[in-house]
Design a protein around this ligand. Structure first.
Ligand code: 5AD
Length: 357
């Protein structure tokens, strides 16, 4: 057997590879090898989660951000963005609409907008919890103090998404002039320690990013063992310093999704909107390469186009119900079954996988 086939077999059988092995695999993988990788990732997903694909309603409640990440369309110094902020009442109305559509997980995402103080967020979470005791509430609001994370958890949040973005310190520094690598890591560890279900993740195809950097991302995820892993292609936004750079490719992103499934087999992995934006088949292909979550956007249509982390984002003009149905069709076409339930991580389902862990 060739080295490549040994590695593909090793990761499928043992869910482990060294950084050097991952790098070798990423650099040398052929078209035919990719098919083996995707199909092994799909089988691994099916062992842990069957054919279910979990749906989460995504509410992008503010595009105001104090950070200035070089890749991001809503970075603080992009003066061309029309900024918006939904009031707690508007967010609640959006949850109600999502609930009526059948969603039982809400993801509340925003730029790093400190207008939403701990107190405002605690009250909002309390109100959501009161109306919908059984839903899972996910926050994706960036870096706050451990005390604030603790209060938000106590107020009813269950999960927190915060991509690590890149596990290479040097690259992180270059892309995030207003942030610190160590702070990001510390936030992720604190969230996990406090008892949140935590999502981490990264972009593929960032300017200057190498196969070794991507291998480092996967090794970090393997060690950190988050519940959720978001992986999407970098898509250049013209109003950012990286506007003229090349973006990530479909094939590279799919390979990383498949490897994440094989290395962290019990994780929840979304077929990201960015992948769906890059290629109309992107999300379906991700589901066939190990992803098992889709996050339809339920942000009010009136503000949706302003939440542009990158340009030409799909579902921009859809009404929330259309977005749900088009995604459900995509999931069924791919041969899977949409599930609107909470879709907890296997790590948190009591009795899941017998004595697994
Ligand atoms: N292309 C793709 N993904 C992006 N994100 C931010 N900007 C871009 C872009 N230009 C991702 C980041 C962030 C997540 C919410 O969106 O990884 O964590």
């Amino acid at each position: 057997m060739s080295d490549m086939h040994n590695l593909l077999e090793k990761v499928y059988q043992t869910n482990d590879l060294t950084k050097e092995e991952i790098t070798y695999l990423l650099v040398n993988i052929t078209h035919a090898d990719r098919e083996i990788l995707y199909s092994n990732a799909l089988k691994t997903k099916q062992t842990y989660y069957g054919d279910k694909v979990y749906l989460r309603g995504l509410i992008e409640f503010s595009n105001i951000c104090r950070q200035d990440c070089l890749y991001c369309g809503i970075r603080a110094s992009n003066a061309k963005v029309e900024r918006y902020r939904l009031s707690p009442e508007e967010i609640l109305a959006c949850c109600e609409q999502g609930y009526q559509l059948g969603y039982r997980t809400f993801v509340l995402q925003s730029g790093e907008d400190l207008w939403y103080t701990e107190e405002i967020l605690v009250n909002l979470l309390g109100a959501i919890r009161k109306s919908y005791p059984e839903v899972a509430i996910t926050l994706s609001i960036g870096e706050r103090s451990t005390d604030t994370y603790q209060s938000l958890l106590a107020a009813g949040a269950d999960r927190f998404l915060m991509r690590h973005e890149t596990a290479t310190q040097e690259l992180y520094k270059r892309l995030h002039p207003t942030m610190r690598f160590e702070d990001r890591r510390a936030c992720l560890s604190a969230l996990k320690q406090l008892g949140y279900q935590v999502g981490a993740g990264f972009m593929v195809g960032l300017p200057g990013q190498t196969a070794a950097d991507l291998a480092e991302d996967l090794r970090y995820l393997k060690e950190f063992h988050p519940d959720m892993i978001g992986i999407g292609p970098f898509i250049p936004h013209s109003e950012t310093p990286l506007g003229a750079e090349k973006g990530g490719t479909l094939e590279d992103t799919l390979a990383l999704v498949a490897l994440a499934r094989l290395l962290i087999p019990d994780s929840l992995i979304p077929a990201t909107t960015a992948l769906g934006t890059l290629n109309s088949q992107g999300r379906e292909l991700a589901l066939k390469a190990g992803a098992n979550v889709v996050m339809p956007i339920i942000t009010p249509t009136s503000v949706r186009k302003h939440y542009a982390l990158y340009e030409n984002k799909i579902c921009g003009d859809d009404h929330p119900e259309d977005c749900r149905y088009s995604i459900e069709r995509e999931i069924q076409t791919a041969g899977f079954e949409a599930d609107l339930g909470r879709g907890d991580s296997r790590k948190f389902v009591v009795g899941a996988m017998g004595s697994y862990q």
